[in-house]
Ligand binder design. Structure first.
Ligand code: NAD
Length: 269
């Protein structure tokens, strides 16, 4: 129940009715007896600056999750952002400091790694392929580099996006072998689909079957697509004997990263 004493967090975007974070966070707060609540905020773009001014002065607000379409627009308007948010020009979470300063980060990639660690995947020294170099793919690629992969390959329909993400990552992580091409998947320890391919009942695979047949059995195959939970890629990988990680696993793991950044949950929830 929301009381006069309840501290708040928000999730801002537009539209907002489809997001799952309020029910997930509010259920966790209730189960753990926390006097905290999350509010969904459907904001029009012309009110962004007024919204930020209100957040700075909102004394019982701890922070705010940021979703589509404001991840990029808010990245340049906060008082401080993480190195990866600066590089990726994107935030998905804001913390309000006690003095009202607003600090941002992007934890999509950390959420992905948080879920992957539950499959015993540690990125240090590993070889990874990320398919899709948009918002989520870039964040996952950046976190894999922060985690110390030895080699990172990136695939996307847009060669221009691949090239600009590779250039950004090579500047930030000069010791890592980063590139666009891959003739076989046999060498990879992780293959992740970070594109929307496989959503709904499309039945589509993000990579050709002939290439997927070269997956090694030790490879963790992951998908960011949340519906269906077992995408055509994950079903194929299971048939190849690989461990798989689903989109809902990433979304669930990321709750801890978002809550921890705002100071309202532990990292592992
Ligand atoms: P985006 O539009 O920013 O990027 C998608 C990228 O995929 C684009 O660069 C596009 O060119 C590329 N792409 C499309 N088809 C491709 C193909 N056949 N092969 C290679 N690349 C292809 O989208 P986004 O914000 O990065 O979101 C991607 C997916 O992640 C969406 O399905 C979204 O629902 C999902 N998502 C999941 C979570 C989670 O927690 N599981 C969180 C956020 C988003």
């Amino acid at each position: 129940m929301i009381r006069g004493s309840t501290a708040l967090v928000g999730i801002v975007g537009s539209p907002i009715a489809q997001v799952k974070s309020p029910e997930n966070f509010n259920a966790w707060f209730a189960e753990h007896g926390q006097d905290l609540a999350m509010l969904p905020i459907d904001l029009q773009e012309s009110s962004l600056d007024a919204f930020l001014a209100t957040l700075r002065g909102w004394k019982n607000l701890r922070g705010c999750v940021v979703t589509v379409p404001y991840k990029q627009l808010l990245a340049t308007r906060l008082d401080a952002v993480s190195e990866r948010s600066t590089a990726l020009r994107s935030v998905n979470v804001i913390r309000r400091e006690a003095d009202g300063r607003l600090v941002g980060d992007i934890v999509d990639g950390e959420g992905f790694l948080n879920a992957a660690r539950r499959h015993a995947f540690e990125p240090g020294g590993k070889r990874a392929l990320v398919v899709g170099s948009g918002g989520v793919g870039s964040a996952i690629a950046y976190s894999l580099c922060e985690g110390g992969v030895s080699r990172l390959a990136i695939a996307d329909l847009s060669a221009e996006r691949v090239e600009s993400l590779c250039a950004l990552l090579r500047r930030a992580f000069p010791a890592i072998e980063i590139g666009g091409g891959h003739a076989s998947l046999a060498d990879f320890d992780l293959v992740v689909n970070a594109s929307p391919v496989g959503m709904g009942d499309s039945g589509e695979l993000p990579l050709p079957e002939s290439l997927l047949e070269s997956l090694a059995k030790h490879c963790l195959v992951a998908d960011v697509v949340t519906s269906p939970e077992i995408t055509p890629l994950l079903a194929f990988a299971r048939r190849m004997g690989c461990a798989v990680q689903s989109g809902p696993e990433m979304a669930r793991a990321q709750l801890g990263n978002l809550g921890h950044f705002m100071g309202v949950t532990p990292l592992d929830i």
